[in-house]
Design a binder for this molecule. Structure first.
Ligand code: HEC
Length: 178
């Protein structure tokens, strides 16, 4: 009876050891397989990521080139518009210079009349019909404070003191057209 028990134990131990060896081996194989799978998965991910990066780079390159082309095209297309705008501004400025005298006369009309035919405050001579040169000279004298025909020189000085010489010339030329 004792022998049988001992034999059983030995057999069990041998079996156990055998099993254990096999399990270990199987586990080892499983681990290796898992490792390989993981490695190949990592490799795949790396490759995919690299491909994505390369594709992204290419797209960025192309976009850059296209943007540069578009900018060049915009510049070319805009150039005539810029020129036209410049010309328009120049024309407008020129036009403003032409109407300057008329615009400046607006504040004179209340006393001298829209066509310059009123005696301002019943004191001034009629300015319509006078030459541009005469008008300019008289206005320059008012500006300098050296002209006073009927005691209203100061009033006229206040009217023209802030006008530039060019503006006096322009308004005189405009009055001369009446
Ligand atoms: C508030 C009214 C009033 C306004 C506005 C006015 N004037 Fe007069 N202007 C007079 C009076 C008054 C005289 C006479 C001044 C004097 O005693 O010398 C005069 C005189 C003149 C004379 C001289 C006429 C001459 O032959 O002796 C000229 C030129 C003239 N004005 C032009 C202008 C112009 C240009 C403006 C606008 C920038 C203007 N005036 C605005 C009242 C005015």
């Amino acid at each position: 009876m004792k022998k049988t028990v001992l034999f059983s134990m030995v057999a069990a131990a041998v079996l156990f050891t055998g099993c254990s060896e096999e399990t270990k081996k199987a586990a080892g194989e499983t681990a290796t397989a898992a490792k390989e799978t993981t490695q190949s998965a990592v490799q795949d991910v790396k490759e995919t990521a690299q491909k994505a990066v390369d594709a992204g780079k290419k797209v960025a390159e192309e976009a850059k080139e296209k943007a540069a082309e578009a900018m060049e095209a915009t510049k070319e297309a805009a150039a005539p518009a810029v020129e036209a705008a410049k010309e328009a501004v120049a024309e407008t400025t020129g036009a403003t210079e032409e109407v300057d005298g008329k615009a400046l006369y607006a504040k004179c009309a209340s006393c001298h009349g829209a066509d310059g035919k009123n005696s301002a405050l019943n004191k001034s001579e009629i300015i319509a019909g006078q030459s541009a040169a005469d008008l300019e000279m008289k206005l320059m004298e008012y500006k300098a404070g050296t002209r006073d025909v009927s005691g209203m020189g100061n009033l006229m000085q206040a009217q023209v003191s802030r006008l530039s010489d060019e503006e006096i010339k322009a308004v005189s030329a405009y009055i001369a057209t009446f």
